[in-house]
Design a protein around this ligand. Sequence first.
Ligand SMILES: Cc1ncc(COP(=O)(O)O)c(C=O)c1O
Length: 406
Amino acid sequence: MFPGRLAQLPPSSFAQLAELLDPVKPGGPVVSLSVGDPRGTVPAFVTEKLAAYAHQFGEYPPTNGTAEWRLAAAGWLCRRFDLPAKALDAEVQVLPLNGTREGLFLAPFIVTPEVKAGGRPVILLPNPFYQCYAAAILACGAEPVFVPARAETGFLPDFASLPKAVLERTAAAYICSPSNPEGAVADADYWRTLFSLADAHDFTVFADECYADIYLNEPPIGALTVRFEETGSFDRLLSFHSLSKRSGLPGLRSGIVTGDARLMSTFRSFRNYAGPQVPMPVMAASAAAWADEAHVTANREQYRERFRAARRILGGRTGFRVPEGGFFLWLEVGDGEAAALKLWREAGIRVLPGAYMGRETEPGKKQSNPGFPYIRVALVSDLSTISATLERMGEILVPSSKPGGA
Ligand SMILES: Cc1ncc(COP(=O)(O)O)c(C=O)c1O
């Protein structure tokens, strides 16, 4: 499909899903729980800011963002991640992005040398994973090393288990917490281990924390918090945040990259060539969104209600677990592709086979893909649609063992 070094990229998860389902007639009115599109209500203050600053569409914005945006972004980062007010220099350590994806894609280019430890540089990533990581790694010429995130390792990749020779060639590691698709959260020990590997082998941690504000109980500890507590700095860390999930504003295309002052300066220079600036009205609306928590609390409460419904309906079934964060159910169903096809054929329910977000660890063996046994169900519709759909899924999928438990 793609030429050269990108030829290793399979069709996107959703292209694969279309290939699986489109030839088959849906067995009911179509309900899509496959895409993680938060479909939030746009807060009135966002609309107002966009309108008030619309005249600034007539000028090129600064790559660096506006002073107002930088202060709002740094202010939120310090509040959310328990950092002292001066821990982040807003002038150099925060940059606006047109969505986290843009920053996650550009990041490998600023840390990957031509050669590391005498060989081709490696970038580590979890398996399954957000698909942009692999595209970015291949585009910048590094070798992707997919590290399984299975139940046995708490649904997070065990980077420390990699051979020393791989770690020495490692230029960076992507890690997602709360993770998409599993909803796993890295605790302080997990981050500490990862940073000690990064220090020992001189690589950068790309912490994709765009679901940081979507959690069930306690706010997940952040990479910034742990790194700062340990070292008083953010060395070897870039952390990525988004209004897409926190504020339910995926269409605004607005994110933050922050962290290591030296890397941030390189990032800004590179972005000056490669990244489109964020429009001024979007920055004004984003500054207001980072400064406000009321809409985020309401947003989070909606997800909690949906997870409560999921537990009531599917709890006690084999393979059911409530994630710690994010808005996906990662349901173990035996064979995710077969289950997705069955749900479509019998009820018109569209979910994503977990395998479409992962890679086989043994080529040609479908079952070796850590996503193989799972489906990913995005809880992004309204509560009544989700409840009715989950009830139907429960009837179609694995038989119930003990209702109401787990
Ligand atoms: C894990 C993960 N990272 C990054 C993104 C990109 O988010 P944004 O809308 O900020 O580009 C997504 C979006 O679905 C995601 O799931």
